[in-house]
Ligand binder design. Sequence first.
Ligand code: ZN
Length: 568
Amino acid sequence: MRGAAARVARTLPLALSMMLITGCGGGDSGTSGGGDQPSAAEQRLAQFAPTTIAFDDSLLNANQRTVVAKLVEASRHLDDAFKLQAWRDNAHPEEVLPAGTSDEADAIREYFRIMYGPWDALDSDEPFLDVGEKPEGAGFYPEDMTREDFDTWIEEHPEDREAFTSGYTVIRRTGKGGLEAIPYSEAFRAELEPAARALREAAAAADNPSLKTFLEKRADALLSDEYYDSEVAWMRLEDNLIDPTLGPYEVYEDGLFGQKTSFESFIGLKDPGASQQLARLEGFLRDLEQALPIPDEHKYLDRPFKAPISVIDLVYSAGETRKGVQTIAFNLPNDPKVRENEGSKKVMLRNVIQAKFDRILKPIAEEVLVREQADRIGPNPYFTRVLMHELSHALGPDYVTGKPDVTVGQGLKDRYSAIEEAKADAVGTHSLGVLTDRGEYDEEFRQEIYIDHVADMFRCIRFGATEAHGLGCLTQLNYLLQNGAITYDEETGKFAADLEAMPEVMSDLAGQYLLLEATGDYEGAGQFLERYGTMPPEVKDALDRLAGRVPVDLDPQYAVMDEMEGWE
Ligand code: ZN
C-alpha cells in the first residue's frame, strides 16, 4: 500500500507544480483556456517540489544491499511510530481524509502525508481539514492536559518527575482522571518490535564491526528505552560506508514542553574523502568557543571538542525529519551526558543540500537580493554555512550557568528550539568571521557567507513562525534589519547585506541568543521572540513574490525505493 502511494506521489504533484510554475493561462475562473485553476489544496501541495534523491548504488556489495534494505524496513516502522507521536488519531486517518478521486482530494491526501496530519506547518499549523486546533503536545500528552496540569501533578507526585520529564515516555490519563507516564517501548510496541527485528537482521548482514555494534545496541534500546549505550556506539561508528541515524531524537514536535523525542531515520552513504577534508575544522572548535561573544563564565572550554563530521548522500529518511521541511544537516546526539563524554557528530546530507541550493536558494536570491549580491550566491558558501550551523550547535552553553543540573533546554522549555536554531545560525556565521580573521578563509568568502546568510533567512522564514527554524530565522532577519546589517531598497523591493556593518551586528546577535541560553532566561526568551518574531511588511512583500514561483521545500522521492526492486 505504501509503495503504491509513493508511486502516485512521484507523478502527480510534479504535474501540479508545473502547472503553477508555468501559470495556467489567463482564465481567472479556470474553466476556460484548457487548464483548471488549482484548488487551495493543490496550491498548498505545490509548495513542495517532488525531487528525486539519488545515490550511487554501485558502491554497495550484496551484503550492504541487504543492510540498506533492512534499514529502510526499520525506518518505515519508526515512521509509523512517529505518526502516532504527531497525532494519536493517525491510527485511523480515513476518518478525516476525503475519499474521492478528484485532483483536490488527491492533493489533500498528499499534503496530509507530507504534514503527517491535518495541520499545515507552513501556515502556523492551521488545520486544512475540519479537525480543530493542533494539540500543543501533539500525541505525547492527553490533548486536554495543560502545562499547569502537568506541573501540578509533578509537584504533588515528586516521585513521578523523572518518568514524566523523560524524553522517552508519553503521558496518558489513567482511568481515575490522573496522569501516568508510559515508556515508548510499551506505547509503541507494535511499531518498535518489528523495527528492532529489522535492525538485528541488518546487524547480522553488516561487515563493519562498529556498524554491527550500533545496530544491535539500538535494537536493544528501542525495546528497553535505555539509549545511552547506543548513542555512544553511534558516536563511535568508523570506517563505515553505510551511515544510519535512527531512533528517538529531536523534541521539536512537543510544543508543550519541548521534552519528548520524536522517532526519525536517516540512512546515508558516507563519503570518507569529503568527511576527512572537513575534519580539520574540529581543530578550531576550542578557539571558536573562546571567541564566542559572551562573558567567559558562560564558556565551556573544558569540553572534549570532539566533532566528527560525516558527509553523506542520503538514501532514505523517515519519521519526524520527513515531515514538512526536509533536513539538510544535523548534529546529534542531543543527550548532554553523551555530548559531554563523547562530543557530538555532525552529518551533512550532501545530495539534499545540493538539491535545495539548485531548486530553492538560488532562485530566492535572484528574487530578493540586489543583482550584484544575487550573482555571488554559490553552493560552496551555502554548504560551509550549513556545516558551521551544525558545528555551532556544539558551541555555547549546555547548562544554565550556575545550575549544573538544569540543561538550557529545561531552562528555556518550549522557547528553546527557536533560540537554539537561531543561535546555531548566528554563531556559525560569527565563527566563520573569526576563522577569516585567522586567515582560514579569504575576505571574499566572508562576504559570500553574509550574502548567503541573508538569502537563506528568506528560505527559512517560509517554514512559518510556528517552526523552530522559521521563527529563529525571522528573529535574525528583524534584528539584522533593525540594526542596519541588511538594507532594503523600496524602489526595487530588493534587500542587500551591508558588508561593512555585518560582522559586528552578527556578533551582537549571536551574543543575544547565547546569553538567553546561559541564563536560562525563559521570560527574556519570550520577550525576544515576541519583539523580533513579527513579519515586517517589506519582507512579506518579498515572500509574496516568491509564492507560487519558488517551491518552499522538497518532497523527496527516494531512488532507493525503485532500486531495491532490482536487488532481490
Ligand atoms: Zn540546527
